[in-house]
Design a protein around this ligand. Structure first.
Ligand SMILES: [Zn+2]
Length: 83
């Protein structure tokens, strides 16, 4: 996937694999991210993207914040009236 579809570039910001990132200056290492569904078995090509560290970390940070919010809400014992 990384070579054919992504053409060895980050699919979100086009940073080139193995070259310095234009914003961070760190060497880009493309990794495969689960974009919409983070379950390991959700490995459809529509759910996967080759991303640089900056884009992958940014994507994962949103997920971490969402999961933390859900956990804190669950731990608070509050009843969710908007189900
Ligand atoms: Zn990127």
């Amino acid at each position: 996937m990384r070579v054919i579809r992504a053409k060895n570039k980050c699919e979100w910001c086009a940073a080139i694999n193995g070259k310095p990132h234009p914003l961070t200056g760190s060497i880009v290492v493309l990794t495969t991210a689960h974009v919409y569904d983070d379950r390991p078995e959700a490995s459809s090509l529509l759910n996967l993207a080759a991303l640089c560290q900056k884009c992958h970390n940014g994507h994962d940070a949103h997920d971490r914040i969402r999961r933390r919010r859900e956990r804190l809400h669950k731990e608070s014992g509050q009843i969710d009236l908007l189900l």
